[in-house]
Write a protein that binds this ligand. Structure first.
Ligand code: NAP
Length: 497
């Protein structure tokens, strides 16, 4: 699932009007890479150059971390109220600039402008939620006198403090939302942050960073380094000054980070193959409508996208009959047009990979009911029926606009299929039976479980994260602030009286 700059795929094309030569942010200074290297960011739809960014190297990462050391020391001494005030200003700026951010997201990621507007509009509220959580670093008073022999002459409590330097690494698919789910809680909790955004979508991250610097965030607290994931990622995650790594991306990259990181706090939001179970007593029309959205939003490039649907034979045909016309109604095309309801994949190479996976599923005996055609970076939305649950089309993350449908004879078989991949991020169960729903909630191995909806649903304040190969830890402002702080246990030693 590696992302590569589309300049390697398309011949260079005209620059979009307003396509800027951007600088990156090194602890308060906007500047080029020390090497002077820069690269174009291009639209996956037509290859238009949407901006140019520095290509940083390990030396730039070290410079950002040098600044972050000083920034972390100063920011942790800044009272929570002052931190919150700056973040509230940044939230206002994010709101004011939401349309501009949406245009950048759509241009560099190929996301429909409608979806990009929805994503961009969440930044301000997300910063406000995080800013609040940064003021809520309550500790516990410890009842030490309940310990045998300790008596009453000691008082103990816990004190929550920022971890220091957070390294944030983000993927291409939600270039604003997933950046904000790291920057806002890390800053709210009092940390310095060095962000490495995806190489295909750095422009959104740089624009969002400006909201914080323009809001008065002190110099040295925030850096955004742009360039290749492997070398910058390795430099960041191996540096002993980094105390916490917050990574969202593929399971393969997450595994590498885990091996290299050493003793650091880790949050890993990784890949998935999310299931939806449609039981015989389900509202089939509701299930079909929800899957027709949940499998295809952002062209299926969502970690909580519906990849597998497991139906009971009694309603399997009705479900497909309801699903296929809804999927055929999805309109592909220019992401910048309000008429387009599904945009491109992040690169033509990714679209080729997805096209190949669909073809392989068909070669293995599945039936393509609609879609699966490629035009550049666009794949027409596909429904593939009769998929073997053990095939790679079910087992491996697809990250594209296709849903695999299979069947299970009974409740146990359906839940076993749902749990039968290495992943465990999200799951949905459609049923009218409360008892069956309760049992499924307990037995499905997924970090987010939805009853009568698909896993493609997220409120930004909720705890969010995967089980098994889908990751470690939770995001969402309250959870992220907790994971980006350390608890100290403090004992005041008095004297017996
Ligand atoms: P990716 O290839 O793993 O890249 C993610 C980020 O890691 C990018 O910034 C990438 O930089 C960087 N990176 C690459 N190699 C690295 C290394 N050796 N060390 C450190 N960082 C490195 O993932 P992607 O293709 O961008 O994103 C899709 C994946 O993200 C899917 O698997 C999806 O499920 C997952 N995802 C998970 C969640 C969740 O909440 N669980 C949410 C969204 C996406 P470059 O871009 O420069 O390569």
């Amino acid at each position: 699932m590696g992302s590569c700059s589309v300049e390697f795929i398309y011949p260079r094309k005209a620059r979009q009007a307003g396509a800027d030569k951007m600088e990156m942010l090194i602890g308060g200074d906007w500047r080029p890479a020390v090497s002077g290297r820069a690269e174009d960011v291009t639209s996956p739809f037509d290859g238009t150059v949407t901006g140019t960014v520095p290509v940083a190297d390990a030396g730039d990462v070290r410079a950002a971390l040098d600044r972050a050391e000083a920034g972390a020391a100063a920011w942790r001494r800044t009272p929570a109220f002052e931190r919150m005030t700056i973040l509230m200003r940044a939230a206002e700026l994010a709101d004011e600039r939401a349309e501009q951010t949406a245009q950048i997201i759509s241009a560099e990621a190929g996301k429909t402008i409608t979806e990009a507007r929805g994503e961009a509009s969440r930044s301000g509220d997300l910063i406000r939620l995080a800013a609040f959580e940064g003021t809520q670093l309550y500790g516990d008073a410890l009842p030490l006198d309940a310990n045998p022999g300790t008596g009453l002459d000691k008082i103990g409590f816990t004190l929550h403090q920022p971890v220091g330097i957070v390294a944030a690494i983000t993927p291409f698919n939600y270039p604003a939302l997933l950046v904000m789910h790291k920057l806002a809680p890390a800053l709210a909790a009092g940390n310095a942050v060095v962000l490495k955004p995806a190489r295909t979508t750095p422009l959104t991250a740089l624009a969002l960073a400006r909201c914080f610097t323009d809001a008065g965030l002190p110099d040295r607290v925030l850096s955004v380094v742009t360039g290749p994931g492997r070398s910058l990622g390795d430099a960041l995650v191996t540096d002993p000054r980094v105390r916490k790594i917050s990574f969202t991306g593929s399971t393969a990259t997450g595994q590498r980070i885990t091996r290299l990181a050493g003793i650091k706090k880790l949050s890993l939001e990784l890949g998935s193959s999310c299931p939806v179970v449609v039981l015989p007593d389900a509202d089939v029309e509701l299930a079909a409508s929800a899957v027709a959205a949940g499998g295809y939003i952002n062209a299926g490039q969502v970690c909580i996208s519906v990849q597998r649907v497991i139906t009971h034979p009694a309603i399997g045909t009705d479900f497909l009959d309801a699903l296929v016309p809804k999927v055929e109604a999805i309109r592909t095309g220019n992401p910048g047009s309000a008429d387009t309801t599904m945009g491109t994949l992040i690169t033509a190479a990714e679209a080729e990979r997805v096209e190949g996976s669909i073809r392989q599923a068909v070669a293995d005996g599945a039936k393509l009911l609609t879609g699966g055609e490629r035009d550049g970076a666009i794949i027409s939305p596909a429904v593939v029926a009769g998929v073997d649950p053990q095939s790679s089309f079910s087992q491996d993350e697809l990250f594209g606009p296709a849903v695999a449908v299979s069947s299970a004879e009974d409740w146990e078989g359906a839940i076993a299929q749902a749990n039968g991949t290495p992943y465990g991020l999200g799951a949905g169960i459609f049923t009218a039976d409360v008892a069956g729903a309760v049992r499924a909630i307990r037995e499905i191995d997924a970090g987010n479980v939805h009853i009568n909806w698909t896993p493609l649903w997220r409120a930004d304040l909720m705890p969010y994260g995967g089980l098994k190969a889908s990751g470690i830890g939770k995001e969402g402002p309250r959870s992220a602030v907790a994971e980006m702080t350390d608890a100290k246990t403090v004992i005041l030693h008095g004297r017996p009286w």
